[in-house]
Design a protein around this ligand. Structure first.
Ligand SMILES: [Zn+2]
Length: 325
């Protein structure tokens, strides 16, 4: 995932505005806020262990053994948690890009199908094949561990999956583990988020239930990470942002979820929004050292050693408090 520049923002803005025309992204903001946090919360050690599981598989680059291991792992974990698991396995080439058609496998785990409410949670599971943000060019072709960029968001979803049996059953929780997000080139916006583009391409609102809203988790395990509101999320799905940032404030995390605008990101939520689903991105995009992403972004330092279990727990609890209140 990458930061977008102004021309791209405007182009993407027009795209989203037309795709979402008439849809009320602010609908959920009118719901009264509950006063208390949820009784069931995430476990920091469990979250950390789920990141470690993924890193131990090796890089989860499409076409590698680590990627295959992940698909087996996520399928097994989701089924054990009681989810209905399905796989979108397709060849996909993004329109408007030079990227060739590639195999994409998006994994969905669904809980409480048919419940009165319905939310979509997503995270990408693939990892970047290159450490191209290393200062040493000799390292640029080395795949990264993706502990934060990839595994952290997946870990939060898996922890929520583990807790689903203890949760109220009135919310259908659809978890989407997105493939092929992170092999883009910086000059080609449609070379990123291939998995979510393939998902959106196959999305038929007349043939399936449309979630009320979607929350994307990306790079949610950084040390002392702060999560301002991502630009496109705030512009096109402010009501959902309001729910999340209010849940964070109530849980005592207001300083870590400041009511400020962060980066404008080309990330999976853009393609979910194009389907008319209000979608937001919880992502570290205003790091105090870099002004954008965590310093480990697309480097060989994106390792388990730089994962902060307290950050994972904070994000997990904020998402639970958002969904179940
Ligand atoms: Zn990335």
């Amino acid at each position: 995932m990458k930061q977008l520049f102004l021309t791209t923002i405007l182009a993407a803005g027009a795209l989203i505005a037309s795709a979402c025309g008439g849809k009320s992204a602010g609908q959920t903001a009118a719901e009264p806020a509950a006063k208390e946090t949820a009784a069931v919360l995430t476990d920091a050690d469990s979250l950390y262990a789920r990141v470690a599981d993924q890193v131990a598989m090796g890089p989860r680059v499409p076409g590698t053994p680590g990627h295959e291991r992940f698909i087996d792992y996520i399928t097994r974990r989701l089924k054990a948690a009681g989810a209905d698991v399905s796989v979108q396995d397709t060849m996909f080439a993004p329109v408007g890009s030079d990227v060739k058609a590639q195999r994409v496998r998006n994994i969905t785990g669904r809980f409480n199908a048919g419940a009165p409410r319905h939310v979509l949670l997503l995270a990408h599971y693939d990892t970047r094949p290159w450490a191209d943000q290393e200062s040493d060019k000799a390292l640029h072709n080395t795949p990264i561990d993706g502990a934060n960029d990839g595994a952290s968001g997946v870990a939060v979803l898996l922890e929520i999956a583990r807790l689903m049996k203890q949760m109220p059953s009135d919310v259908e929780v659809e978890m989407l583990f997105v493939d092929a997000e992170d092999a883009g080139t910086y000059d080609d916006d449609f070379s990123w988020c291939i998995g979510s583009q393939a998902w959106a391409d196959a999305f038929d609102p007349t043939a399936r239930r449309v979630p009320e809203y979607a929350i994307l988790l990306d790079m949610v395990g950084g040390r002392n990470a702060v999560f301002p509101r991502e630009y496109f999320s705030e512009r096109y799905a402010r009501g959902v942002n309001n729910l999340v940032w209010e849940a964070a404030r109530r849980a005592g995390y207001g300083d870590r979820f400041p009511n400020e605008i962060g980066g404008a990101l080309n990330d999976d939520h853009i393609h979910i929004m194009r389907m008319g689903i209000p979608a937001i991105d919880i992502v570290e995009s205003a790091n105090s050292a870099t002004g954008s992403f965590n310093p480990t972004w697309h480097t060989l330092d994106d390792t388990i050693d730089n994962i902060d279990r307290a950050t994972l727990k904070m994000v997990g609890d904020v998402v639970i408090n958002t969904i179940f209140q």
